[in-house]
Design a protein around this ligand. Structure first.
Ligand code: NDP
Ligand code: 2IT
Length: 449
């Protein structure tokens, strides 16, 4: 490894050589390094400190086998990882993803992003991510429970409230966190805040379920406010119909915007009249309790359904990709811009490809996930505080803190992302550098580690 590397191409070719076959991780690092390397150039304090090389090498990656038995009595074996990326500014913190597409590369990209996101929240949380290629779709509750118990039987050795605190992500919601926490207590013989996203009856925080989706809309509101505009009457395109998408839609409705789309991996619905509060309640029940498909919304409410398509060709003022990585391509970005898009805030992690990001960054207001979806992990941080104090705060108090945190993240992005000539904020640059400076400072002050 070189001791000082300020040239992006040289840096990336070294990183790619050290981490072959990890395209998602490469893309996430490149996006950050393109802003951070020039920022570090010429700054005396960063010289010869090898900061980006240190930050792109996880503290450790733990991998293990998860054996479990399905309802037919067959033994199954899935793979699991926990990527403990950096504890420079606090204990490792980040979600768990259960999806058939999970690989080490995907979890490294997510863990890397989490370092900067968690730093932006202003709370003392390091970066981590974990998960498994286990696919919870179509599995019974008993199967999911047996899988979670087996996963935690190994994972409990590596986590704890002052060590590493996992939470939910794709495929890991209230049900999974409950089963994981139940097994954690048995293995560790401790009731503590080693997981967040817990149910309200066993140490969870009010408002955590809604936090990511609500936070994305709070962030968008700040971006619009910065241009003397607001959300009232704006048509909004949302993708996904999971935790983030549903509560993004909810907050859009209360802010007077008109969400018109939602999706899952089978297709999207286009409800020209707008998704209203009543329809959303039905959709939340469909997704959270009945575990149904988005197509059923179009059958229930008589709107358009497009199988195997994403919503980005539909005209809208605001866009909120809230499903998964690489779900919005360069051509989608072009269509959105052509159709008059004003702003896009990422609810998902890295939903826009590098091509799409490039177009959006120059043409519209663009908020990267590490800034705009940080409300989820921020309220996880608040859950940790409540657990440590053996107390619980009201929904209103959590919501007030969430709003403040999202405003602070916006302002930090503005501080580092406003160009020299005036008003336009490059939120991606602001988030990358704003997230980096605190982590870099901690690294510099804690010696060579
Ligand atoms: P959920 O599992 O609740 O929902 C995921 C949604 O995205 C579902 O509608 C799912 O459809 C869709 N989806 C997942 N994978 C794909 C795919 N490969 N192609 C198309 N659609 C897909 O997850 P969350 O809502 O929690 O997470 C969504 C995104 O938000 C992720 O990028 C996650 O990392 C990010 N995020 C989540 C946070 C949280 O607190 N939960 C916090 C910050 C970011 P289907 O059911 O068909 O798979
Ligand atoms: O991507 C994310 O920020 C999350 N999945 C939430 C992580 C957390 O620890 O709440």
């Amino acid at each position: 490894m070189s001791t000082l590397c300020t040239d992006l191409d040289t840096f990336m070719s070294g990183l790619e050589k050290r981490n072959p076959g990890q395209p998602e991780f490469h893309a996430a690092v490149k996006e950050v390094a393109a802003d951070v390397l020039p920022f570090m150039e010429g700054k005396k304090e960063y010289k010869n400190e090898c900061l980006m090389e240190r930050l792109t090498e996880p503290d450790r990656v733990i991998s293990w086998r998860v054996s479990w038995k399905d309802d037919q009595g067959n033994v199954r074996a899935d793979r699991a990882w926990r990527v403990q990326f950096s504890n420079a500014i606090g204990p490792y913190k980040g979600g768990l993803r259960f999806h058939s597409s999970v690989t080490k590369s995907v979890l490294k990209f997510l863990g890397f992003e989490q370092i900067f996101k968690n730093s932006l929240t202003g709370l003392p949380m390091g970066g981590a991510k974990g998960g498994s290629n286990f696919n919870p779709k179509g599995k019974s509750d008993d199967e999911v429970m047996r899988f979670c118990q087996s996963m935690m039987t190994e994972m409990h050795r590596y986590i704890g409230p002052e060590t590493d605190v996992p939470a939910g992500d794709i495929g890991v919601g209230a049900r999974e966190i409950g089963y994981l926490f139940g097994q954690y207590k048995r293995m560790a013989n401790q009731f503590n805040g080693a997981l967040t996203g817990k149910g309200l009856s066993f140490g969870g925080s009010a408002g955590r379920t809604e936090a990511t989706g609500h936070g994305v809309v709070y962030f968008m509101r700040e971006m619009m406010r910065d241009c003397d505009d607001d959300l009232e009457g704006k048509t909004a395109l949302v993708s996904g119909s999971g935790n983030v998408a549903l509560y993004c839609i909810e907050k859009l409705i209360t802010q007077g915007a008109k969400p018109v789309t939602a999706s899952d991996s089978s297709g999207f619905i286009y409800d020209k009249e707008g998704i209203t509060r009543d329809k959303l309640e039905w959709l939340i029940d469909l997704k959270e309790n009945r575990r149904g498909r988005i197509k059923e919304y179009s059958e229930e409410f008589g709107c358009e359904y497009y199988p195997d398509k994403t919503p980005w060709q539909i005209p809208g003022d605001l866009a909120f990709p809230c499903a998964t990585q690489n779900e919005l391509l360069g051509d989608d970005a072009k269509a959105l811009v052509k159709n008059g898009l004003i702003a896009l805030a990422e609810g998902a992690n890295m939903p826009c490809t590098a091509d799409a990001q490039h177009i959006l960054r120059s043409e519209v207001l663009y908020a990267p996930g590490k800034a705009s979806n940080a409300g989820g992990v921020a309220v996880s941080g608040l859950e940790q505080s409540q657990n440590a104090q053996h107390s619980s705060w009201s929904r209103e108090e959590v919501d007030e803190r969430l709003k403040k945190i999202m405003t602070n993240i916006h302002d930090k992005c503005a501080e580092y992302g406003r160009d020299g000539h005036g008003t336009k904020i490059d939120y991606a640059r602001g988030a990358n550098i704003g997230g980096f400076v605190k982590v870099a400072d901690a690294l510099l002050k804690c010696g060579v580690v």
